[in-house]
Design a binder for this molecule. Structure first.
Ligand code: ZN
Length: 314
């Protein structure tokens, strides 16, 4: 499958962690199966946190093992610390995503330690990884959250974000998500941040992780694309929310992001119709949850030919 951009489904983790009701394990499996059938190359399927902290992910082992039945799917999971990472290494997850906040205050609130201590936790994860040869097949990556603004600190110094990326890469991370966790970013700011990060570290290691909290998610994704970014996180139907803004929307809507790229001639390798139909799993299992997406509401324009389809027909 030819792809100009890599889209990563994070709704099963970033979205579901905000959802109060427990999403059934079978529905998670269906979501994975149908997302993969639609062409999704990578899915963050859970977070390795203790069940009493986030009950939503208590079925992580079953979900991971199911995801691993798809040989072409890159299976990733979030890890808060070395203990969670060890679970991921033992299960042979393809990629583990650690998270550290650019905002010191947000880091304290989110993971109860300083950013320096978070970097030490990252080192501990790498030590666990080095302890057994079979763990080496799991890539360790990180997100830098609140990289473009923080509800507690406001503006974040871009130099601090660059420093954190550099530190994480030095310590063995292979990919870094620059995350607008609270949806503060604007396209001009994104363009500068991503241009600088890609110039310094290369497009291969940089991922755009945007939330649509203030309606600029797609605009920010486009700005990152124009700055050379080729990897994007998003969630089906924009599932999720923001712990710091109760009425807010979640991640960038995956279906709308696929539409934007395909309409622009940028191949995602994802079948938009097939992806849109996966929304019914969320509709039937989360009846009280607001689902987002303009394409799902309005349908695609007359005569619309997705770039991936046009390429396949050639
Ligand atoms: Zn997020």
């Amino acid at each position: 499958m030819e792809r100009d951009v890599i889209l990563r489904e994070v709704g099963m983790r970033d979205g579901l962690q905000m959802v109060k009701s427990i999403f059934p394990t079978d529905a998670k499996k269906q979501w994975i199966d149908r997302a993969v059938a639609a062409g999704m190359p990578e899915i963050e399927v859970c977070s390795f946190v203790p069940p009493h902290v986030v009950p939503q992910f208590q079925d992580h082992e079953e979900v991971v093992r199911h995801a691993q039945t798809h040989p072409d799917l890159l299976v990733s999971a979030l890890v808060p610390n070395a203990k969670g990472a060890e679970r991921g290494f033992m299960l042979g997850v393809d990629k583990l995503n650690f998270v550290v906040s650019a905002s010191e205050t947000h880091n304290q609130k989110n993971v109860k330690c300083t950013t320096e201590q978070s970097l030490e936790r990252f080192d501990q994860i790498m030590e666990v990884r080095a302890s057994k040869p079979e763990y080496a097949k799991t890539e360790v990556c990180s997100g830098v959250s609140t990289a473009l603004g923080c509800t507690m600190e406001g503006e974040i110094d871009p130099k601090r974000v660059m420093w954190l990326i550099e530190e994480l890469l030095k310590r063995g991370a292979t990919e870094i998500g620059i995350a607008d966790t609270v949806g503060y970013a604007n396209p001009a700011q994104v363009k500068t941040m991503f241009t600088n990060a890609i110039a310094a570290f290369g497009a291969d290691v940089i991922v755009a992780h945007f939330h649509d909290t203030r309606g600029l998610g797609l605009a920010n994704a486009l700005a990152a694309y124009e700055a050379g970014c080729r990897k994007f996180d998003a969630s089906l139907a924009g599932l999720g929310g923001c712990p710091f803004a109760p009425a807010a929307t979640g991640n960038v809507v995956m279906d709308d992001l696929v539409f934007m790229f395909e309409a622009m001639g940028v191949k995602t390798g994802i079948d938009l119709d097939a992806l849109l139909s996966v929304r019914e799993i969320l509709e039937s299992n989360l009846p009280d949850e607001p689902l987002h997406g303009m394409v799902a509401r309005a349908s695609v324009p007359k005569g619309f030919v997705p770039a991936s389809m046009a390429a396949a027909a050639e």
